[in-house]
Design a protein around this ligand. Sequence first.
Ligand code: ZN
Length: 123
Amino acid sequence: MDLQLLVCPFCGGKVRSRWSPWIDGESCWKIEHIDYEAAVAAKCPLEMGGYRDLEELSAAWNERKLEMAFDSFDRIELQRSFNRIAIAIDCHNAIKERKAHALERITDVTSRIQSSANGFGDR
Ligand SMILES: [Zn+2]
């Protein structure tokens, strides 16, 4: 049977099932890292032992890698969201530019009106 197993929630390593019956013959399936050395190098708490105290143990066990949260996203949906944000930023910048341009023209026209009004006042 070809199992589809998610990556390890701690180190992101690939895992596989392993048949490992108890001494008395009772059925027991285990999960193990395919690349054990890499999991140990990544300090995966599933493969670690020898913690000095419970504080160290719980810190190791309770730490979840941030990248793992991103891995759980659907990448295509994430890409679409990024594209939408990029388009929104483009639109925002274009509007800002047009506003700045319009403001420039208004300022220009206003100053011309003022200077011609001042011209009338001089008469
Ligand atoms: Zn792991």
